[in-house]
Design a protein around this ligand. Structure first.
Ligand code: HSE
Length: 430
């Protein structure tokens, strides 16, 4: 008996999976108790130079034909994209009673529920360990290790590319575009890196984690998303001065009126563990009601860590392990009700670019007073009469809707020249 594997997509991750299956075939046979055999591959371009040989492996020009082929047990989908060919492949594979292993977070975030229902109906399983946080086995931790726990909140750094960019900008003063190019060259970024930068990729991953942690339906549309493209060197430097680091944080919390799910750049205390997760590394922090706090950190992107997660799912399949895809049967998943965003509270950093002239501070203070927003600290670092200077303030705990109204007031002031920059301050772990 062997596990017959068909791989669709032979890019950075696909080639690494193939290489790993070859390099460690003996170890994997021992650990899974069976031969793990790649019996088919399919990719866009057969003739591309690859770091691994395809010699002797049957090639399919049409991945759909491969997904329907009767002599394959599991389709490994490594093409990416929430819809289109990746979705068609998975539907076809399930339609012909195969299992699926995928690194495709967009697909699982958008269609995971539908695919899981289809898989349940035919007795197949879907492995997506590689879809979240690269080499960190967080799906296993949530679905298996914490099976006896209630989890009320989960937060983390879920995108390696954006974390790499923020770390390099801060440490080396590197320019955004240059560091993004580096991340692409290292194989960290998405095919369209916009998803890394604008928070979408982290939101896909958070959607999956929230469903597993809370036992609710995955609901990508309920994640509020902001990315890192507006983070400037000035904010990075002020953040440092105030004792914080800026991280693109993905947060999911169970509240009294529903779930709060967000991805946004946040300031975290420099001394907190999450602030020290740097470069391509990801981290996930969660709290089980019996296990207590758990902090996982590891490489969040790149060929080898992602291939490690893909192959772990294949080993589970070879061992005959089949678990409810989102931790419970799909019909038991709770509705995903979003919290009322405006009433969520937080502390904020606000940076204004103002004309340095008498009375400006009074106008700023009046706007804060009118909206009942309490300021913790304010600083104006330079003095340039008649010219443009940054004014930075941090607030005490305030409702999101109040800070939104204050920002509107700031924007309408004649002396405030650019759109105010606002970053949430998260005291997590500090
Ligand atoms: N582009 C993703 C990242 C790859 O940078 O985290 C891993 O999902």
């Amino acid at each position: 008996m062997s596990l017959r594997i068909g791989i669709c997509g032979l890019g950075t991750v696909g080639a690494a999976v193939l290489g790993l299956l070859k390099d460690k075939s003996g170890l994997l046979r021992q650990r899974s108790g069976t031969e793990m055999e790649v019996v088919a591959v399919s990719a866009r371009n057969r003739n591309l130079e690859r770091p691994v040989s395809l010699h002797g492996i049957p090639w399919f020009d049409d991945p759909i034909e491969m997904a329907a082929h009767s002599d394959i047990d599991v389709i490994v989908e490594l093409i990416g994209g929430s819809d289109g060919i990746a979705l068609d492949i998975c539907k076809t594979a399930l339609g012909s009673h195969k299992h699926i292993v995928t690194a495709n977070k967009a697909l699982i975030a958008h269609h995971g529920l539908d695919l899981a229902e289809k898989a349940e109906a035919v007795g197949s399983t879907i492995g997506f360990e590689a879809a979240v946080a690269g080499g960190i086995p967080v799906i296993k931790v949530l679905r298996e290790g914490l099976a006896a726990n209630g989890v009320d909140s989960i937060y983390g750094i879920l995108n390696g590319t954006s974390n790499y960019i923020l770390s390099e900008m801060r440490d080396n003063g590197s320019d955004f575009g240059t560091v993004l190019k580096e991340a692409q060259d290292k194989g960290y970024a998405e095919a369209d890196p916009q998803f890394d930068i604008d928070g979408t990729d982290a939101a896909h991953k958070l959607t999956i984690l929230a469903a597993l942690a809370f036992g609710c339906r995955p609901s990508f549309d309920d994640v509020t998303i902001a990315g890192i493209s507006d983070i400037s060197e000035l904010d990075i430097s002020f953040s440092d001065e105030l004792g914080y680091r800026i991280k693109l944080l993905a947060i999911a919390r169970r509240g009294p009126d529903g779930y709060q799910q967000s991805v946004e750049p946040c300031m975290v205390p420099k001394v907190s563990p999450i602030a020290n997760v740097e470069g391509v590394f990801n981290a996930v922090s969660l709290h089980g009601d019996r296990s207590g706090p758990i902090f996982l950190e590891g490489r969040g992107a790149g060929a080898a860590p992602t291939a490690s997660a893909v192959v772990a799912d294949l080993v589970d399949l070879a061992r005959g392990i089949s678990l409810p895809i989102f931790g419970v049967p799909t019909k038991s998943l709770a509705p995903n009700t979003a919290s009322v965003v405006g009433t969520i509270t937080g502390r904020y950093y606000v940076r204004l670019m103002v004309l340095d002239r008498p009375g400006v501070f009074a106008e700023i203070a009046a706007a804060l007073r009118d909206e009942d927003v309490s300021m913790e600290a304010i600083l104006q670092r330079t003095r340039a009469p008649g010219d443009l200077v940054p004014v930075v303030m941090t607030t005490h705990e305030v409702e999101q809707r109040k800070i939104a109204r204050v920002l509107e007031k700031f924007s309408s002031l004649e002396t405030v020249i650019e759109e105010p920059r606002v970053i949430k301050i998260e005291p997590l772990g500090g």
